[in-house]
Design a binder for this molecule. Sequence first.
Ligand code: NAD
Length: 472
Amino acid sequence: MKIIDHNYINGAFTPIRSHESLILKNPTTEEAIAQIYLSTPQAMNEAITCAAQTFETFSKTSIEERMQMLERLHDALSERESELIDLAVLEFGATITTTKRRTKNAIRLFLDIKDELQTYDFIKQDAFSITLKEGVGVIGVIIPWNANLAHLCGNIAPAIAMGCTLVIKPSELNALETQAFLECVHKAGIPKGVINVVQGTGEGVGEALTSHPLINAVSFIGSTKTGKRIFEKCAKSVKRMTLELGGKSPTVLLEDASFEKAIPHVLSSAFSNSGQACHAGSRLLVPKARLAETERLLLEAVARLRIGDPKEETTHIGPMITQTQFNTVQSYIQSGIDAKARLLCGGLGRAEGLTRGYFVKPTIFICEDEDLKIVQEEIFGPVLCVLTYENEAEAQRMANHTIFGLSAYVFSDDEQRALAFAKQIRSGRVLINTATSNAKTPPFGGMKQSGLGRMGGRYSMDAFSEIKSILF
Ligand code: NAD
């Protein structure tokens, strides 16, 4: 069993001075794989003080120097790409095919941001004024467990580009992947004090970060519930913020859509990351007249899904990350059953044929009531709710009937019709006729209670900047 008992502060692995620890289990086998020690607020304070001192010098480095750092980070991570993939599969249970794609994309971000740096508008000048974009300062980053590497890279790359320093609190559940990541950072030779990572819990060290006066901006990725708490904490010292929060995204099949083509995308969105994805299309809206056809196609598609060992290339759905997450999903399924939603497939208990591991059955409910708890709340497991609409106006109203607004999916054989519909959805992102896009660094973030601000490519650089005008 691996022991994680060091933070990364001021360019060195520093021992965690605490006896409190957590055992991490492989979610596929339920075997213990790591013990992580949990830091105290004192370690967080040391890291923040160091990042604040480093900002004084790091913010003055040249763009050329920062471009080289981004390239070095990319190269150091690329060297250990396959190990990073294996660790994500081991400790999170993410399927290998998804993890391969996500790891590559995460590492590539350093080169994408390096490209952005070459054309970024740091200075605008006219006869009477100069407008400057400067790094925001010390950025506190708090990360969830469901896409650890993507969020580490997605915050570090733009922060370095803008000459900012960072203090990161990753999820305690990704300790092994974070450790390997930090070894790569160390090898890349980034100046001491630019990237600092403190391991621990939200209550233990997260709160010490959001309430610290030397933190200038907070980039939080996590649940809406925690995001609201962090919002309140940060308000006290008016910290800059981006909040990337939860979702309950609609997938809308318009009347003219080819359902045969659409349903595989519907499931790949709903069950993305085994359902543990913020952007999962977990509410499916179909025309009432096509419900029977939808049910048949869904059942056929679910029968083709393979649930099991995430290391296998043929596996579509892996386990939930922890027993706690498994229990949470079970309680939502029970709530759907209690509320008399019709169970099309799946249900309570471990997925068939498996004797261990936190595997939830892919579950589909047909729901008449759009205000049910399972329709309105983020479940974060492979649970899809199907609802019907009478006409397009009703579909639009139902798509927007949620406190969230992170993502949405629209399917139609007429792209212009889908586009017109997409414009009516209150959501930070809408995908048309697909569940995954190859667009390069589009903005990402949510409307309504799905978040605040946008990340992604130069949008992250904007989020990590302050604007100053100098007037003549
Ligand atoms: P969470 O809110 O429970 O925890 C997120 C992080 O916040 C963890 O590191 C946790 O330790 C920390 N934290 C908890 N309480 C804190 C506090 N009081 N102060 C400071 N930090 C605190 O979320 P989770 O269960 O780890 O992740 C799942 C959630 O993340 C889902 O809601 C999902 O939709 C969301 N998410 C959103 C995005 C996005 O881009 N919008 C991406 C991934 C995940």
